[in-house]
Each structure stands twice: as C-alpha cells, then as structure tokens.
Design a protein around this ligand. Structure first.
Ligand code: FAD
Length: 449
C-alpha cells in the first residue's frame, strides 16, 4: 500500500494538458487534488482584488469538473511548505505531483518541499506546463540569458517544438475523504460590502470550459483579422486569453498547437513569445516588481508623490481621453487593451512623473490577468528600465495614439463619454510641458549609465 497521490495545483487550474495531473492519474493510485492559498510564505505577494475574484470562480468551476470525473478539489489555506507537508501526512500520501513555477518565492518553496518530502521517502515529480520553453533551456551561444526579444524568440523557435498537448483524463479516482477541505466561500475571495464585481461578472466567465470556448471562437472568428486590428481597442480583435493563461485554464501548448493547426498566426504566436520572455526575465530577476532591471534607472529623480494626480489616474479623471477611457475599462472589467495599457502607463510615468512601481501595484490590484512576470515586465518596458525596453525618451502621446488607434472615438465614447461631449474636461497636466520635464529628469539616468 503506497497511499493516495497528491496533485498540487497552482497556476494550472485545468484538466486538459496538465502533465502533473496526467502523470498522477497514470500512476493509478487514488488522487487528492489540492489547491493551497498561500499568502504567508516569505515573499509571496498577496493577490489583487480582481485576481481573487477570478480565482474563486475558477476553483469553483474546476471542483465541479473534478466531481464529474470522480474526485473533488481539496482547499487549504496557509504557508504551502507546511500545508502540503501536513496534507501528505494526513492523507498518508505516497507521492506528490506538481507543475513547475518560475517566480523566486515559489521556487524557494518548491525546492525546499521537494527535498523535505523526498527525505521522508515520498515520491515527488514536477513537470513543465505553464511556459512553452523553460527558462534554463533558452540561452545565447555564450550561455547567458537573452536581454533582447527578437533573438530570444528566434532561439526559442529554433529549439525543439513545444510538445503536443495531453488529453484530459476521463476518470479521476478521488481520495477526497482522506482529508477535509476548506470551504471556498469562507476564503472570502469575493468582494462584499461593497460588491464591486458586477462589471467583472458581465465581462468574464472564468473556468476551463469557457476558456476553451473563447480559444475556439477567437481562432474561428478573429485570428484572421488579428494582425490588422489588434492595436485598435474598439475592434475586439484580440484573444482575451490573458486571464485564462494567467490561471492556467488553458495551457500555452494548447493555444500554440490549435493556432498552428489553423495554418496561420505568426503575429499572434509572437505575442505568446512576449509572455515567455517575461517569464524568462522573472526567472533571472526575481525582484522584477521592485527593482529596476537596468540599475542606472535607480538615479531617476522621482519628485515627491503627487497623490491627487495618482488618484486622478486611477479613477480615470485625468482629462486625457484615451487615458481616462482605459483606466475606467480597467476598473469596470478588470482588463484593458494592450495598446491602452502602454498609453496609460506611459502617461503615469512620463507625464505625471509617478514611479512605475505604483502603477504596477494598481494594475496588480485591478487586472484579472495580473501576473508576477508580465505585469512588472511590461511596466519596466514602458518605463525604459526593463528588458528590451522602449527607450525612455519615446513618450507616448495619448492624443496621437487616440487619433491613430481610435479614430472614430468609439472606445473613448464607450468608457469616457464626457470626452466626446460638447464640454470635454481639460487635461490635468500639459502634455508638452510634462514631456519636457520627464526628458530633463531622464538626463540623470543617462549620466548614471
Ligand atoms: P492577445 O493580443 O490576444 O495576445 C495573446 C497572449 O499573448 C495574451 O493573452 C498574453 O498571454 C500574451 N501577451 C500579449 N502581449 C503581451 C505582452 N506585452 N507581455 C506579455 N504577454 C503578452 N499581460 C498579462 O498577461 N498580465 C499582466 O499583468 C500584464 N500587465 C501589463 C502591464 C502593462 C503596463 C502592459 C503595457 C502590458 C501588460 N500585459 C499583461 C500584456 C498585455 O497587455 C496583455 O497580455 C494583453 O493585453 C492581453 O490581451 P489578449 O489576451 O487579448 O492579448
């Protein structure tokens, strides 16, 4: 008797193409499928509000799917190293399976746990699942990590192709009675008093089946127009897969294979490449959310924080149409179009001279797709301090961006209608003057370089 096996799910809330789950099912012992909410281990960043909302619904949906197949999800709260070790003891488990993570605190937990469980004679197996190419497999000829996207992606594509996705198990023999589960509602992931999630509910359906439906719909209806329209926020031309990938309701392998099967999708697939690049960058620089990747940016002379300006930005009350529209789309739906993310981030950093970390934190709290790699990576990209970043002196002009990408002001009209009225509000800052001030401040970085 070896006891049940534990599959510890983390950012991989799916049954299909889940290598840890597949291997555990194939091992043949009854399964305990575990999810641990860990906001206590050193360095673990508490989830933002929108992410908590998504997580609640994704877990509920996964539990339902597991129950259809003979198992159920076991929920536990607390520092993962302790909680997983205890669950192994309580269940008398003989093996633990998980898919690998690439953030610093997560790797520290997983490494320690792997060692301590193996010391106890427990089998531990980990798998690649959340990225197409694992960070240590893609390096320059000199063995160093890439710092520029184009050669990075070329090297990825020159290596072994991403594997074929694995079928989802038809039956999962559950060992659910082995340990008690927390009550999901008691975790309090959903907002109450006030319940601000109405816009999220209208915009999204979390869960694996909805994710798969959205992938099919995107490939059938939208992919052909993606290259042409993906920069237009009103066009609805992008995949909206980011939260599904963030929570692992879909694997990147599935997205990759199904896109290729349709015979096109180069530009779309190279966006998945940016996701890979962000994760590889986080793997090398675990402090991506707090430290400038390019240390010369430490010399940037941020002025004392203008709280009123930051609040106006968060609420979409800057008087700049595209910025206001984007910030309100974000607040209402937990999402913002990529082009508008760039424009709103640039406005905060370069026109309001607010440190990128404060913008990153707001996105972290409000995005349903907020992830530990893509969010800080892209903030640093806009700030100029990151990997293969936009040069600091390239300041997005939100008026020109709106003219180019929202020419009929459909997006602005939808989210910030006062800007298409007779009496539009005035911008809180002069775009030209603040741009000059930003470039003057940047001189300090140049001198430090
Ligand atoms: P599509 O255009 O359909 O792209 C397909 C997939 O490729 C996306 O789902 C995403 O997984 C990936 N992708 C596309 N662009 C990028 C990119 N620039 N970086 C990394 N991956 C990318 N994306 C997140 O997933 N989480 C974040 O927290 C996040 N924060 C961002 C912060 C800023 C300041 C900026 C400028 C961008 C951020 N992005 C983030 C990247 C990008 O805006 C979103 O991935 C994209 O808008 C999601 O929409 P989509 O799924 O329709 O994208």
């Amino acid at each position: 008797m070896t006891g049940p096996s534990i599959v510890w799910l983390r950012d991989d809330l799916r049954l299909a193409d889940n290598p840890a789950l597949r291997a555990a099912v194939d091992r043949g012992e009854p399964l305990l499928v575990l999810f641990v909410l860990d906001e206590e281990s050193p360095g673990m960043r508490p989830l933002g509000g929108a992410a908590r909302w998504w997580l609640h619904h994704s877990l509920a949906s996964l539990d339902e799917r597991l129950r259809d197949r003979g198992a159920a999800l076991v929920l536990r709260l607390g520092p993962a190293e302790r909680v997983v070790a205890e669950t192994v003891t309580d269940a008398g488990a003989g093996a633990v399976f998980w898919n690998r993570r690439y953030g610093g605190p997560e790797r520290a937990i997983d490494t320690a746990l792997k060692a301590s469980l193996r010391d106890r004679g427990i089998e531990v197996r980990s798998f690649a699942a959340s990225v197409l190419f694992e960070p240590w497999t893609v390096t320059t000829g000199a063995g160093t990590p890439f710092s520029v996207y184009t050669p990075f992606w070329r090297a990825c594509l020159a290596g072994p192709a991403p594997r074929t996705p694995l079928a989802e198990p038809r039956h999962v023999s559950g060992a659910t009675d082995a340990v008690a589960s927390d009550d999901l509602d008691a975790w309090g992931l959903l907002p109450r008093n006030p319940d601000w999630a109405g816009g999220l509910r209208d915009a999204w359906e979390p869960g694996e089946l909805a994710a798969r439906r959205r992938l099919r719909e995107f490939l059938d209806d939208d992919l052909a127009g993606y290259d042409r329209s993906r920069d237009e926020p009103a066009a609805g031309a992008t995949s909206l897969l980011s939260p599904r990938l963030r929570w692992g309701e879909l694997s990147p392998h599935t997205v990759w294979r199904e896109t290729l099967a349709g015979g096109h999708g180069g530009a779309f697939l190279s966006e998945l490449g940016w996701r890979e690049f962000a994760w590889h960058t986080l793997y090398r620089f675990p402090d991506l959310a707090t430290d400038n990747l390019r240390p010369e940016f430490d010399a940037f002379p941020w002025p004392p924080l203008d709280e009123a300006a930051l609040t106006a930005w968060r609420r979409g009350r800057t008087g700049v149409p595209l910025v206001d529209a984007g910030m309100r789309e974000l607040w209402t739906t937990g999402f913002m179009h990529n082009r508008v993310r760039m424009v709103t981030a640039s406005f905060l950093i370069k026109n309001l001279l607010v440190d990128w970390r404060l913008g990153e934190q707001w996105y972290w709290d409000t995005l349903v797709d907020a992830d530990a790699a893509s969010n800080p990576f892209n903030w640093q990209w806009v700030a100029g301090s990151g990997a293969d970043a936009a040069p600091y002196f390239r300041v997005f002009n939100p008026e020109l961006q709106a003219k180019k990408f929202d020419p009929d002001r459909r997006y602005i009209g939808e989210w910030a209608p006062e800007h298409v009225s007779e009496n539009p509000p005035e911008p809180i800052v002069d775009l030209g003057e603040t741009r000059k001030a930003a470039l003057a401040a940047y001189e300090h970085v140049k001198q430090a370089a």
